[in-house]
Design a protein around this ligand. Structure first.
Ligand SMILES: [Zn+2]
Length: 99
């Protein structure tokens, strides 16, 4: 069915808007069983929401695959390094706005 025909179906536009605002909840697994079946029903008949859901899923998948956890102790080593090399307190002299 085309989007133009769908849009004339009673309740379609309501479900369409509702689905758009709940796609991220679906991806996060935050929807209850009734909300979930409402969303699935709409996504099955609405090509536009179907594509949006698929692209959101892919985006989330990519984001998850590129995220990395620094090795344990990295933060401690950075802090140690900063302690070894304190900033020169005279370095800001030229930026004194009071003179
Ligand atoms: Zn839709």
């Amino acid at each position: 069915m085309t989007f133009r025909k769908l849009i004339r179906m009673p309740g379609f536009l309501l479900d369409h808007r509702w689905t758009r605002s709940h796609l991220s909840d679906e991806i996060d697994g935050q929807l209850g069983p009734e909300e979930r079946s409402r969303l699935r029903r709409h996504v099955d008949e609405c090509e536009s929401c179907h594509r949006l859901l698929e692209s959101l899923k892919q985006t989330v998948h990519v984001l998850k695959s590129v995220s990395f956890r620094p090795a344990p102790g990295v933060a401690d080593r950075v802090i140690e390094k900063l302690d070894e090399d304190p900033a020169d307190p005279t370095a800001c002299k030229g930026h004194d706005l009071s003179s």
